[in-house]
Design a protein around this ligand. Structure first.
Ligand code: URA
Length: 422
């Protein structure tokens, strides 16, 4: 087999055979196919697409590049959620312990922030002592102790995806539905979960800017999961405005704890409860209702066990940034737009995200929102508070917010429904 044949097959818009796919993914993982050859193939896939069977074979080859986790030693079903990423999307934090409190195991491998979108591991690491890297045995021990574990994927899980994702990031080949779907699903299938709920975000703050492409991505991923024996459903949810009132690592942990204590912003609570119900139904678990588990303290108990089992102190004070600045309403009226991308970019520039892969994030940096679209505001009233460790960051963050919000008159804003479709 030869890499050029594989590239030319896809360049000419023909279907790759199972043999070609298995060979090229394996040879690339071993270093026998060069980065420039894989870049050319990724671009040919982006331009010419892949059929359903072909995406399935590609995903299978990525799974086979590493090990597959196995939770059959556990006595209850496993279920997980994956979000395609957004601004203020802290849902995993209350969701994982909530679902555990309702009777399923949640083995969740999470990622770090990417661009303007936050990452679950960066958020959790703002809890003093909490560890993201666990061995498989440690994961099992945390699952047994708390019912849920949130940690980083080890090097052995879909190594082909790690290499290919880094290459796509620098070759303009991220935005391909077959490549995104196979990248996400190879990791989720290798993770060994029995059931999976996909939260496919739609809007300016998401990868998928419109409902049609989000629906196509969701369908492709649901088919891949189903074909690999994972009970999979997808929700399309709104990311035209930020989720909740907190954007930034420790700020989002604080908001998640409020949800676990029975409070928190209504959109975060609604989406957490909806996703929990979907995860439990998909796993076939008929336990307590998630809404009650938030009120009766059982979800909070599972959170505290989970944090403690991973070395964290659930009672420790969270990091706070030294500097802050207020953004006030320039006029009275209704907040008619609060753009998720603008807010995410501003939080990134404040230090909540990274400029380069090796950078550290600032745990306290980010934005506290004081109004959401639809709220009536008065001129001079606080719209948001920006937090940073270094006051020098405010100017560029304020630049990102320029044009990101609008105050209009009486009529309500034109927003996507929180849950657009299933
Ligand atoms: N997340 C992934 O894991 N892979 C992609 O290709 C895009 C988002």
């Amino acid at each position: 087999m030869d890499a050029i044949d594989v590239i030319v097959t896809k360049r000419e818009g023909r279907e790759l055979s199972g043999e070609q796919i298995a060979w090229v993914v394996d040879a690339y993982t071993r270093g026998a196919v060069a980065d420039e050859q894989m870049s050319a193939l990724a671009m040919a896939i982006l331009l010419n697409g892949m059929g359903r069977a072909e995406i399935g074979r590609w995903t299978e080859a990525m799974i086979r590049s590493g090990s597959r986790m196995d939770w059959s030693a556990l006595d209850r079903p496993t279920t997980d959620k994956h979000s395609t990423g957004g601004v203020g999307d802290k849902i995993t934090l209350p969701l994982a312990p909530l679902v555990a409190a309702c009777g399923a195991y949640v083995p969740q491998l999470s990622g770090r922030g990417l661009g303007h979108t936050g990452g679950t591991l960066d958020k959790m690491e703002s809890i003093p002592g909490w560890r993201a890297s666990l061995s498989n045995d440690e994961m099992l021990a945390v699952l047994r102790a708390a019912g849920a574990v949130v940690c980083a994927a080890g090097d052995g899980l879909a190594p082909a995806d790690k290499k290919l994702y880094a290459l796509r990031d620098v070759t303009g080949t991220v935005e391909s539905i077959p490549l995104i779907a196979s990248s996400i699903m190879s990791k989720k299938i290798a993770e060994g979960t029995g059931a999976l709920v996909l939260d496919v975000k739609v809007g300016s703050g998401a990868f998928m800017k419109n409902v049609d492409t989000a629906r196509e991505l969701a369908r492709t991923m649901v088919e891949l999961g189903t074909d690999h024996g994972v009970a999979t459903v997808a929700l399309l949810t709104a990311m035209d405005r930020p989720l909740g009132l907190a954007v930034g690592n420790a700020l989002e942990v604080q908001e998640s704890v409020e949800v676990l204590a029975g409070g928190g912003p209504s959109d975060v609570v609604e989406l957490t409860v909806r996703l929990a119900r979907e995860m439990l139904a998909t796993a076939g678990v008929n336990g307590p209702d998630p809404e009650n588990a938030l009120k009766d303290g059982s979800a909070m108990d599972a959170w505290r066990r989970m944090i403690t089992a991973q070395g964290g102190d659930p009672d420790a004070a969270l990091p706070v940034s030294a500097e802050s600045v207020e953004v006030t309403a320039p006029a009275s009226g209704v907040l008619s737009r609060l753009d998720a991308y603008g807010v995410g970019l501003a939080a990134w520039r404040l230090g909540a995200g990274r400029a380069r892969k090796e950078d550290a994030v600032s745990f306290g940096a980010g934005i506290t929102l004081h109004a959401k679209p639809g709220d009536t505001v008065r001129q001079g009233q606080r719209l948001m508070t920006l937090h940073a460790d270094d006051a020098g960051r405010f100017e560029r963050a304020l630049g990102a917010l320029d044009g990101a919000y609008e105050i209009g008159q009486a009529t309500g804003p034109d927003l996507l429904p929180l849950v657009i479709d299933k």
